[in-house]
Design a protein around this ligand. Structure first.
Ligand SMILES: Cc1cc2nc3c(=O)[nH]c(=O)nc-3n(C[C@H](O)[C@H](O)[C@H](O)COP(=O)(O)O)c2cc1C
Length: 326
């Protein structure tokens, strides 16, 4: 009998399809709809430290020097946190699938108390969204990676929930960081978050926003690092995120080493019926290959299992590897 249950970050999921953190998961009603559509779990929209800092800074500017300014700043922060706690509690009332809270943080300050409130509100895990660009000429190599470890270490001290680290694809050597995160008690990693895409309008000569949603071509980066990292840190659960636009892509992610997938763009573009298409295809594909479970399919085509002819570590398009003339 084919079984598409999976374990991810210590959670038992009825299937590996997780609705990724985004506007798709910012209300209890939307989350209930995702569960009805067949999702195995959901990650709530992130609470952004950056946004809270921005709002409190704006307030500080506006009311600077006035009585009660500190009070207003604290109010903004508390209000945002209270709304987020309510989102968790309301979602837990209407969903039976695991509900993963998401915090987007720059550093480890100030999040520990909030993490405790997330735990008390009933979240099943915390996903830490750490993606940020490092752009300073004075950047100290490795300091951004260290910040991941610091945040994880602080959170592990105050909550017993599984902590999932969601990474950006702009790291020099993801497997090294993933190995460190595993050693410091991460329950899983997500490869990868999606960077905001800038563009330029040459008519108005202004900077604009580029494509919001991913494309299937983005899947290659996800598969590459899953394939390499799952071979090197096989004990740690990994979720694929980025470029899953067809049910076949879910199978590819599992073969590369994922135990779950976090999907966003395809659900925005195709609707939540995409979730059932993925679970149905996955079941049929496993049956057709005589593979009884996700655990047995996981990593079958990762770098360790295809060691003689793995394409994951190839960086240059040498003529030898390509069918195209160069
Ligand atoms: C409109 C939009 C909003 C997003 N919001 C968040 C967010 O709040 N927190 C987060 O960790 N990731 C966020 N993401 C990233 C997604 O969760 C996901 O990791 C990424 O889009 C890659 O998956 P995809 O190719 O299926 O879109 C967002 C992505 C999009 C397109």
């Amino acid at each position: 009998m084919t079984n598409i249950e999976t374990t991810y970050a210590g959670l038992k999921l009825k299937n590996p399809i997780i609705v990724a953190s985004s506007g798709l998961t910012d209300s209890a009603a939307k989350n209930q709809k995702m569960e009805k559509a067949g999702a195995g779990a959901i990650v709530l929209k992130s609470l952004f430290e950056e946004q809270i800092l921005h709002e409190t800074a704006a307030m500080a500017c506006h009311y600077s020097g006035m009585d009660g300014c500190d009070y207003l700043e604290t109010y903004v922060r508390q209000n945002q946190l209270a709304n987020y706690i309510k989102l968790i509690a309301d979602t837990k009332k209407v969903c039976t699938i695991p509900v993963i809270a998401s915090i987007s943080c720059y550093d480890d300050a100030g999040w520990t108390e909030f993490a405790q409130q997330i735990e008390q509100a009933g979240a099943d895990a915390i996903e830490v969204n750490m993606m940020a660009l490092q752009t300073g000429t004075d950047y100290a190599y490795g300091s951004f990676e260290k910040r991941h470890i610091d945040v994880l270490t602080q959170l592990k001290k105050v909550v017993s929930l599984p902590i999932i680290m969601k990474l950006g694809s702009n790291l020099t050597c993801p497997p090294a960081l993933i190995h460190q995160l595993f050693a410091h008690g991460a329950a899983a990693v997500v490869l990868f978050n999606r960077l905001y895409q800038p563009d330029i309008d040459i008519d108005t000569m202004t900077q604009t926003s580029g494509m919001v949603f991913s494309q299937q071509a983005d899947l290659s980066t996800t598969l590459r690092w899953l394939g390499i990292a799952s071979a090197q840190v096989p004990q740690l659960d990994m979720a694929a995120s980025g470029g899953i636009h067809e049910p076949q892509d879910v199978v590819k992610a599992i073969l590369a080493g994922a135990t779950a997938v976090e999907i966003c763009s395809a659900i925005y573009l195709q609707g939540e019926s995409f979730i059932a298409q993925c679970t149905e295809f996955l079941t049929e594909w496993l049956q057709s290959k005589g593979i009884p479970s996700i655990a047995e399919a996981k990593g079958k085509l990762n770098q360790k299992n295809v060691s003689n002819n793995s394409t994951f570590e190839r960086a240059q398009f040498m003529r030898y590897y390509s069918s195209h003339e160069q």
